[in-house]
Design a protein around this ligand. Sequence first.
Ligand SMILES: [Mn+2]
Length: 410
Amino acid sequence: MSGFFSGNRKKLLNVLEDGDLAILFAGAAPVKRGDENYPFTPDRNFYYVTGIDRENMIYVSGRIDGIEIERLYIEPDNGQQARWVGANMTPEEAEKASGIKDIKLVTDFNGDLECMSKTAKRLFLDFERVDLEEKFTAKGMREIFGLIPFEDLFPVFAEFRVIKEEYEIQLMRKAIEITRLGIEEMMKNAKSGMMEYEIEAYYDYVLKKYGVKDKAFQTIAASGINGTTLHYINNNCKTGAEDLILIDAGAQWGYYNGDISRTFPVSGKFTERQKTVYNIVLKGQQLIIENIKPGVLYPELNEMLKEYYFTELKKLGLAKSKEDVFDYYFHGVSHFIGAQTHDVGDRGQKLRPGMIISVEPGLYIAEWGIGIRIEDDALVTENGCEILTKDMIKTVDEIESFMAGAYKNG
Ligand SMILES: [Mn+2]
């Protein structure tokens, strides 16, 4: 059990006043159809304070009459069913995994809730997804809690989670390292004429090999014109002789995500025009990286990039006014990364040390069949940033010599 999770429980208690009650649900896998479910992934705020990834559990925190509550509700022994789906956690296992001493059964939850509603003055729920549990919708809670005010836990957790602790940074380093190896495996094996999914398969193999259970998101392997569609995930086209392929991929490790994009020629050799556009994007990325430091307003980074692109697109004869930039670059340059690939946190704020953000300029020139995105993950430090993806090859020369087998990495 990591001290990270118990520390997070303390953080939560510290923002709660006497009479406050906070409730978090682990959630359950949605039904796919029949008796088949989608894979389960725990509610990230529940996981943040428990470190447990089991369905249907409930965490209650609060301070009533000066007494602190840190309680976990777990599912009862599932008896014979254990032979089909595995055993539920015992109270001892739940305590060992989370460090929470006060363990009760979910079957006690309703009765306890009635009881706690008599003394609670405010109820904190995560309103990012109010219908997480059918039985315990905000409406259901309202029936139990009468006129007691409801408060939203979501911004409270967003503020916690936007600053990463060492425990989280280590998990992300691992997720990023495996992502890097997976993308490099694609580069090593890509050849003109391959299907996009064939190239993707080399990435999947590496993730499996290193024990990755889940991806951060569906891999984008978009060749030629497909690279100009931002979230193309069909990956079922044949690559052309002179195509670039845009890869946007991320492995997940301990519920923390990597998120890397690289664009390379399937043949191993850039055309002159591709090289020109690639170097514009790369220089744009460098400009943003140099400007990442505490105090910079998040949206300023995107404005900086657009300004730079305007100058460059004018030289290419593609833009006459600043508005024309939107035809070739239409997403943001950055998002928070963490337990969600697009992690929580207000994107209007100033950068602070401990934030982890993507740096992902792209240019999508459909009329030339060129879609390029270069994405790295940056940890904001006291004086600037550390590029967590710095081991990943990136320049035209590095990519071409790596694909020719002349450049070894790692
Ligand atoms: Mn991204």
